[in-house]
Design a protein around this ligand. Structure first.
Ligand code: VGL
Ligand code: ZN
Length: 212
């Protein structure tokens, strides 16, 4: 049985070109994701995806508070960046990218459904109040090692990786398969450094393929 899973973080239309919270070059993650999907499938590894999945009145939306997108404040006592409305449940923007090889995905884990708390990590909401089903699924399948890529480097990729490390997974991050929001220009670089400091190994796709 495989002990490894590929985790595709939030490769959704709203984070790609033309989307509500478009990340620069977000679409360029798709080719890297598809290459790794093929690589993982050929080795019997699991392929998983997370999906940001907000109700239309989600408290992370600037529109709910009459404030400017990308401003900061508090949501239910927690520091919060307020975002443009994005990844609204069942909208086109919330769909996984159409060129992503979705047929190969074994399981999709949704997050961000509670209007009162944001959920960057694929494992827990931002205050670790509630868990998604991801950790349980991985445990059930005997998986201890994760390959992670997707959107956005400085939010959902970062917090998913940090939680995975805290939970004891061996984590490899495919850096060219990630793109960041970069509210501050260095945010993604800093996020990769934090992931590495906490124990993730960073690879480009080419590095990964050469060494595995
Ligand atoms: C994300 C901001 C808000 C992400 C999700 O997927 O990184 N970022 N919601
Ligand atoms: Zn979101």
């Amino acid at each position: 049985m495989t002990q490894r899973a590929l985790l595709l973080v939030d490769i959704q239309n709203d984070f790609c070109a033309g989307g509500a919270l478009a990340v620069a070059e977000g679409d360029s993650t798709v080719d890297i994701a598809n290459a790794l999907i093929e690589w993982c499938k050929s080795r019997g590894d699991a392929v998983l995806a997370s999906q940001d999945w907000h109700p239309a009145n989600h408290g992370s939306f600037a529109s709910q508070h009459g404030v400017a997108p990308f401003s900061t404040g508090k949501l239910d006592g927690l520091a919060q960046t307020f975002w443009p409305d994005h990844c609204v449940q069942n909208s086109d923007g919330a769909a996984l990218h159409p060129l992503l090889n979705q047929q190969a995905i074994d399981e999709v884990f949704r997050k961000g459904e509670d209007p009162n708390i944001d959920s960057y990590s694929a494992f827990f909401d931002n205050d670790h109040r509630k868990a998604t089903a991801l950790h349980g699924w991985l445990q059930q399948h005997g998986i201890r090692e994760l390959i992670v890529l997707g959107l956005a480097t400085d939010y959902c990729v970062k917090f998913s990786v940090l939680d995975a490390l805290k939970l004891g997974y061996v984590v490899s991050v495919i850096t060219d398969g990630c793109r960041g929001v970069n509210i501050q220009p260095q945010d993604s670089t800093q996020a990769f450094m934090e992931m590495a400091v906490e124990g993730a190994t960073l690879y480009t796709l080419a590095d990964w393929q050469e060494t595995h």
